[in-house]
Ligand binder design. Sequence first.
Ligand code: SF4
Ligand code: SF4
Length: 391
Amino acid sequence: MTYIRHIEHEDIVHRCFRCGYCKYPSDYSDFNCPSYKAFGWDTFAPGGRMWLTRAWLAGEIETSARFAEIMFSCVACDNCKNQCVFERFKDFLPDIFQETRAELVGEGLIPPGVRDYFKAIVTSGNPYKQPQSERGDWAEGTGLKPYTNQKYLFYAGCVGSFDEVGRRMAKSVGKMLVDAGLSVGILAGEETCDGNDVRTLGEMGLFEELARANIEKFKSKGVKEIVTLDPHALNTFKKDYPGLGGRFKVRHYSEVLAELIKKKKIKLKAWPVKITYHDPCYLGRHQNVYQAPREILKAIPKAEFVEMHRHHEDAFCCGGGGGNFFTDILGTGEDSASRVRVREAAATGASVLAVACPSCAKMLSDAVKIENLEDSLEVLGLAEILERARK
Ligand code: SF4
Ligand code: SF4
């Protein structure tokens, strides 16, 4: 049987002429496409992917394990969307790669790490293969109560619920929200994976199942406003859930903490420390939240805030997006995104690398160890930083 491929943006794929601008930041100082940086082949750059996709759709190349590896190595960082020189089609670049992955999922040709990731979510509801009932265990000792009719639902997501670094981060945020007097609760195991990375990896059926389960649960509990730990959850709750009937007011925790500081619900004392900040792709480029994390860090008396060379729209991804956090297709070589990023952070002279995403926290903490920077650079979530500077 011949497989009939269809990607929604098929009619514009041919417009790319491989000028290559999309793999750089705006000052062209280094490669800003993490998969191109890691592998160095033009097929792993956005333009190369576009040409491969066009040839594949035209039947000029076969579906192969190599083709799948190239498509699944895109970490959905959105740098190419920002940097492509063609205004009329740049917005669709990451969508085209995502649609191609969805076709590969349909054909059943996906890398083993991606298959294992989907399988774990189907069987356990999370990639860690842990009982769903243990989702809320991280909240012990924070004062957070199960959601009944509080103003906000705090959604920690899979990394925040099960990963050691993520749990530490979730705990610090949860405690900070409770101590500031916010009316907030958690679902403690009644929720499931948000599905952002499942969707990005192209398993549209599984994504819809997860999203509908969460939407139904949120609605049955009367949830109106959600605060997320994870920018990945923020992204899909805001972008994808409304199309499935899930319309909630959603904010990232950094936005809430910045507001609480302004209202003096969180009071800070001096902490003389040099801090830099890593923009998570799903918070920055995907959701345009750049200021709130910086407002938090700049509010700490005596702390010196310094930007990395690449920041805001030009930030370099940690390599954990697009499911790579779980599938590890980019690996941990010298030019892997997380190692490049911590070297860039260390070059600022900062002793604290602030993060706003549990996946970034884990990726960059691991990279700090590999780069032997443990004695000079500490990776901390925004609330963990506030804990040290709180009166
Ligand atoms: S995607 Fe845009 S910037 Fe990138 S190679 Fe193609 S035309 Fe050039
Ligand atoms: S979204 Fe990011 S990783 Fe994917 S092709 Fe574009 S720049 Fe590269």
